[in-house]
Write a protein that binds this ligand. Structure first.
Ligand code: PLP
Length: 386
């Protein structure tokens, strides 16, 4: 069997491998606390589950429009209006099975040999994996600890050349939890006036996980770049619906038919009953998100203070998502050894920084999507092994 050369360029997301390792150790009788996986540890709101059950009873069993039902796309349009006070026509909205296909399809549409795509490092590993798969050259924009893992718009603009097709930004950010300041985003958008052929993919999947009463600095607030802007969002993190596989995205008018064709060629459409549930989530009250964020904020305090109290660990307090990305270099271990020791000796699963970029050797990612008690316990266990 001959496998395509292209396939050998595909990477992966090691959080899933760590999850399997942790599950294996747990099945052998070890007590393992999982701070590795990036999914809210809350159940999907009951009214959402109920609406899906009802949809199945009501006969939502068939194919739907490949870009999502009109009802759901209009629901997303209304949601965008409610949250951001911005009008996006439902014809530019695309429903996909999770947020990931938006990354896949963007690369399939824009990436190819001879072109370049700028992506954040540290960053969600699928960006680089998919850029490589497309044949494009992956150009890192380094998010530095001394900048609170935000980017400097001037530095990003300096990376652009005539081969650049796309810039990927992710805000709030995985794995650092950084919330990039509106000021920097504004500067980037202004600078992009000089590069009219460069598109932007703004991954805003953590848009509802923002602390300290700050507003989400969405790229949807910049109509001047709508003809080259793709915004990725979805239900996975906001409504604790990772396993439902539901994402929404906003596309330039020119690309919407093209991305729909990619859907027809791959999965046809998102499960009909899930789309009914997705609409129920958007139209329901924000109480679920508010409660989830109150709890995440409590845990953020605990984990940031707890990690900073351990000798050799330095942890920045993040402005969004549910991750921290501490520097562990002063413990005498690099991130990979630290993560291995955490799992094998302390029984705490975390992800080494290098899973998010080669340059991140000094770091590890903790997800605090686990109970307050388990986070307390993990901190005690880690303290003991340092
Ligand atoms: N983008 C980022 C930054 C993520 O962290 C994730 C999931 O962890 C995704 C996209 C994909 O989300 P989904 O599970 O909806 O495909």
């Amino acid at each position: 069997m001959k496998i395509s050369k292209r396939y050998s360029r595909l990477g992966t997301e090691s959080a899933f491998e760590i999850l399997s390792k942790a599950q294996k150790l747990a099945s052998e009788g070890r007590e393992i606390i999982n701070l590795g996986i990036g999914q809210p540890d809350f159940s999907t709101p009951k009214h959402v589950v109920d609406s899906c059950k009802k949809a199945l009873d009501d006969g939502y069993h068939g194919y739907t429009e490949p870009n999502g039902t009109l009802e759901l796309r209009e629901g997303v349009s209304n949601y965008i209006q409610r949250i951001y006070n911005t009008k996006i026509d439902s014809s530019r909205i695309f429903i996909s099975p999770g947020g990931k296909p938006t990354i896949f399809f963007t690369m399939m549409l824009l990436g190819e040999e001879g072109s370049e795509i700028i992506y954040p490092e540290p960053g969600f590993p699928i960006y680089k994996s998919m850029i490589n798969y497309s044949g494009s050259k992956a150009v890192p924009m380094y998010l530095k600890e001394e900048n609170n893992f935000s980017f400097d718009a001037g530095e990003v603009l300096n990376l652009i050349n005539d081969k650049t097709r796309l810039i990927i930004i992710n805000n709030p950010q995985n794995p650092t939890g950084a919330l990039i300041d509106e000021k920097e985003i504004k500067k980037l958008v202004e600078g992009l006036r000089n590069f009219p052929n460069v598109c932007i993919l703004s991954d805003e999947i953590y848009s509802r996980q923002i602390y300290d009463g700050k507003k989400m600095p969405t790229l949807l607030n910049y109509p001047e770049i709508y003809e080259r802007l793709i915004v990725l969002d979805g239900w996975s993190k906001s409504y604790a619906m990772t396993g439902w596989r539901l994402g929404w995205s906003v596309w330039p008018e020119k690309l919407i038919k093209k991305v729909t064709k990619l859907a027809i060629n791959s999965y046809s459409c998102v499960a009909a009953a899930n789309q009914v549930a997705a609409l129920a989530a958007l139209e329901g009250s924000d109480e679920f998100i508010d409660n989830m964020m109150t709890e995440f904020a409590r845990r953020r305090e605990l984990i940031v203070n707890g990690l900073n109290s351990i000798k050799g660990i330095k942890c920045i307090k993040p402005g969004g998502a549910f991750y921290v990305f501490p520097n562990v270099a002063q413990t005498g271990m690099n991130g990979e050894i630290f993560a291995e020791k955490c799992l094998n000796t302390a029984g705490v699963a975390i992800v080494p920084g290098t899973s998010f970029g080669k340059s991140c050797t000094d770091f590890v990612r903790f997800s605090y999507a686990n109970s307050y008690e388990n986070i307390e316990k993990s901190l005690e266990k880690i303290k003991k092994i340092i």
